[in-house]
Design a protein around this ligand. Structure first.
Ligand code: ADP
Ligand code: MG
Length: 267
């Protein structure tokens, strides 16, 4: 684990001015077709079943794929095909029964709980179909909450001006500067998802994991949210793994990974 943490902090020094600690590749290396892409997040032979009473429900039967730095990948599949299950495994919210997940060269599916929480908070941003904002807090407070939790009250208070500036910058980026003091109940669905995106980015994650981010929105609002995700990917090189059952939404990603009967369908 020590090696993972030191590696994470080394990576942090290469952080670009934008949203995440992306490794600064020389552009010639990145654009050269002959050089191999760097795999940032990968799954190998992942298996996961759920137990319902006496019955075991197999969901993932051996899932393999790789996601490269700066890619925008859509995971698609029918309802119940295991998309959310897979995203939860990638984000270390749950552990696979078998198989391995690697992030930035390190195995992450079997690390102890505290290290896993720290990895998740630092490296993965997450957004969901139903936003999961805290109803009692304003937009600004919702966005600052992960920082408050990560830093603790004293450090947070010491750095509060800098944090607030960053939250305001993120709200501007997602087009929500005019809703700082609003509670979630006073926001539209699209505005709540914008706030959730800003919250997911506050810790400068390297990967954004998105579970049906447009699933509860009308198509026009969904397109606006997809526009924000595409811009984050293109301008900030943010790596995005998005789960969706909507083929029109998936078509806006760089690459589609399809789950069929517990496995990734051959391309
Ligand atoms: P998707 O996101 O593709 O719709 P899910 O990953 O949510 O699919 O679910 C895959 C299958 O696993 C479904 O049959 C679902 O009922 C089952 N499942 C998901 N989560 C649980 C759970 N916590 N306990 C039992 N079964 C679950
Ligand atoms: Mg799902």
């Amino acid at each position: 684990m020590d090696s993972f943490l030191s590696l994470a902090s080394e990576t942090a020094t290469t952080r670009k001015a934008g949203l995440g600690p992306h490794v600064a590749f020389p552009s010639a290396t990145r654009e050269s077709e002959s050089s191999p892409q760097i795999s940032l997040l990968s799954a190998s032979a992942l298996k996961k079943s759920y137990r319902k009473g006496k019955h075991v429900v197999p969901v993932l039967l051996g899932v393999d794929f790789e996601i490269n730095e700066s890619e925008f990948v859509a995971i698609v599949g029918q309802s119940g095909s295991g998309k959310s299950t897979l995203l939860h495994l990638l984000g270390t919210l749950d552990a696979p029964d078998e198989g391995e997940i690697h992030f930035d060269g390190n195995r992450i599916d079997n690390v102890p709980a505290a290290a896993r929480d720290s990895l998740r908070n630092r490296s993965f941003g997450m957004i969901f179909q139903f936003y999961h904002l805290l109803p009692e807090l304003s937009t600004l407070e919702n966005i600052l909450m992960p920082t408050m939790i990560a830093e603790g009250a004293f450090r947070y208070f010491t750095n509060r001006r800098r944090h607030r500036k960053r939250a305001e910058h993120l709200l501007e980026l997602v087009g929500l500067s005019h809703r700082l003091r609003h509670k979630p109940s006073e926001l539209s669905g699209g505005e709540m998802q914008r706030a959730a995106i800003a919250r997911a980015l506050v810790a400068r994650p390297r990967v954004l994991l998105a579970d049906e981010p447009t699933g509860n929105l009308d198509s026009k609002t969904g397109e606006e949210i997809m526009g924000i995700l595409r811009t984050l990917n293109a301008d900030q090189n943010l790596t995005i793994v998005m789960v969706t059952h909507d083929s029109k939404v998936a078509a806006q990603s760089d690459r589609i990974v399809r789950l069929v009967e517990g496995r990734v369908e051959a391309a």
